[in-house]
Design a protein around this ligand. Structure first.
Ligand SMILES: Nc1ncnc2c1ncn2[C@@H]1O[C@H](COP(=O)(O)OP(=O)(O)OP(=O)(O)O)[C@@H](O)[C@H]1O
Ligand SMILES: [Mg+2]
Length: 131
């Protein structure tokens, strides 16, 4: 296997969301990751893809593996309007009108590393898991 590998999946429908989930699951299986550690990765893909579909309509999911840094990385990138309320969302103070408002906080808690870059031309959420 190459030291670095990345799979790019465009998501704009529930079908592509489940494709991305399946891909994340098989990536984990190949790495011998199962049970809760695998669930952390799959749930992250799910939540971020669901947000892109619901709030933007489409986006790109990058499922990466870097054997040098021993990281599995999930990057969700879209060209939507951005997340204006990010601070209050991550502080747990946000009242969502469309869901529980726990998706991003959940991902932050699941991942070993978590980062959000957001602005009027889009949002990039990065979640990394140590192998
Ligand atoms: N990619 C995105 N682009 C624009 N706004 C977003 C994006 N992702 C999330 N948001 C905004 O941030 C809010 C919080 O997202 P989060 O996923 O934490 O909770 P939620 O989607 O409201 O509920 P759920 O718990 O079902 O995920 C959303 O309500 C939405 O307004
Ligand atoms: Mg959500």
């Amino acid at each position: 296997m190459e030291a670095r590998h990345e799979t790019v999946i465009d998501v704009s429908s529930p079908r592509e969301l489940s494709e991305a989930r399946l891909h994340a699951r098989s990536m984990c299986e190949l790495l011998g990751i199962r049970g809760y550690p695998a669930q952390r990765v799959v749930t992250t893909v799910s939540e971020l893809a669901r947000n892109m579909i619901r709030y933007v309509g489409e986006g790109t999911m990058r499922l990466g593996l870097d054997l040098d840094t021993k990281r599995l990385t999930i990057v969700a990138e879209d060209r939507g309007p951005g997340i204006a309320e990010l601070e209050s969302i991550l502080a747990g103070e946000y009242q969502s009108r469309t869901g529980l408002g726990r998706g991003l906080i959940g991902v932050r808690n699941l991942a070993d590393e978590f980062d959000v870059q957001t602005g009027p031309s889009g949002t990039t959420v990065t979640a990394a898991f140590r192998l």
